[in-house]
Write a protein that binds this ligand. Structure first.
Ligand SMILES: C[S@@+](CC[C@H](N)C(=O)[O-])C[C@H]1O[C@@H](n2cnc3c(N)ncnc32)[C@H](O)[C@@H]1O
Length: 288
């Protein structure tokens, strides 16, 4: 029996296999399971042609919104330079990146070589990010992440390397690349300086989960120090239409209440199959 601080969402978490997988990255903390909420939210906010995603990571939300024509354009922001290189390569050099995917046969030695070499250009850098993301345990890119040992069906480091699928996803991204802008920047700064002043934008905000001393965010991402209090205050002081996701820590529950925001709980299965509450936070009541 659920007995948490906020009501359960009327939309349950979906099995991610039922949602189109559009990102070539298998991103830790990726929000594919949240896509039905995103569709519902954007359906109600269709007057905003621009979606801003200040902690974009694997970008599933921006890709879905643009490819399903739920917004005209997306602005993706991430501070991680490896992630940034991947998005620049995918958006500006998609065919070249796809050709590299086609040619590559992953072995432990080749992947370790790739990880050691300094990339010569943005496509090589983006390719390195993609390979490491697909070969490391849990897709973790943060320093110190280890390569997968056994992988699926004992295929080891190659077990998540599906060249045909990756090329199709890259081709779909190239086809809508003119409608997506990527910016390597601090998402909080960018919100503060520019984005929140735009009346044509709505905001999907999915920061690393580090509030209240939680450690998941710091293990998964190279950049993980986010001022959550400031982020909430920024959203409260603007009139922006937003949706945020967070884990259900005491600090976040207090911030939601302090700013009179609304939250709905989605029960998510974590990697150990335990059900954990995740919060979907909006300015107005939406999913309860
Ligand atoms: C929870 S993940 C986002 C996952 C994404 N929603 C998805 O579905 O793949 C958080 C992301 O925030 C990025 N990040 C951390 N601090 C940041 C900052 N100050 N500005 C921009 N991005 C940041 C991390 O690199 C990471 O990619």
């Amino acid at each position: 029996m659920y007995d948490g601080p906020f009501p359960l969402s009327t939309i349950p978490a979906v099995n991610v296999a039922t949602v189109p997988q559009r990102s070539p990255l298998r991103y830790p903390g990726g929000k594919t399971w949240l896509i039905p909420h995103i569709r519902e939210w954007l359906g109600r906010t269709s007057s905003h042609p621009l979606l801003v995603e200040p902690f974009a990571g694997g970008g599933i939300v921006s890709l879905t919104a643009v490819m399903e024509h739920r917004v005209e354009r997306a602005l993706m922001i991430d501070l991680d330079r490896d992630v940034a290189a991947f998005w620049r390569a995918a958006l500006c050099h998609g065919p070249d990146l796809a050709a590299r995917v086609q040619r590559f046969t992953p072995t432990r030695d080749r992947i370790e070589d790739l990880a050691r070499q300094a990339p010569r250009d943005v496509t090589e850098h983006g390719f390195r990010t993609l390979v490491l993301n697909r070969a490391r345990r849990g897709g973790v890119l943060a320093p110190g992440a280890a390569l997968t040992k056994n992988g699926e069906n004992g295929n080891g480091v190659a077990s998540r390397w599906y060249p045909g699928t990756l090329r199709k996803r890259l081709a779909a991204i190239s086809a809508c690349a003119e409608r997506i802008t990527f910016c390597e920047a601090d998402g909080v700064r960018l919100l503060e300086d520019v984005a929140l002043h735009r009346s044509d934008a709505c905001f999907f905000i999915d920061p690393p989960y580090t509030a209240g001393g939680k450690r998941a965010g710091s293990r998964l991402y190279a950049h993980n120090a986010v001022d959550h209090v400031k982020l909430f205050a920024l959203m409260a002081s603007s009139r922006a239409d937003f949706m945020m996701t967070y884990d259900c820590s005491e600090e976040i529950v207090s911030l939601v209440r302090a700013h009179d925001f609304h939250a709905a709980v989605v029960m998510m299965k974590n990697s150990h199959h335990a059900r954990m509450p995740e919060l979907v936070i909006t300015r107005d009541r939406m999913f309860t």
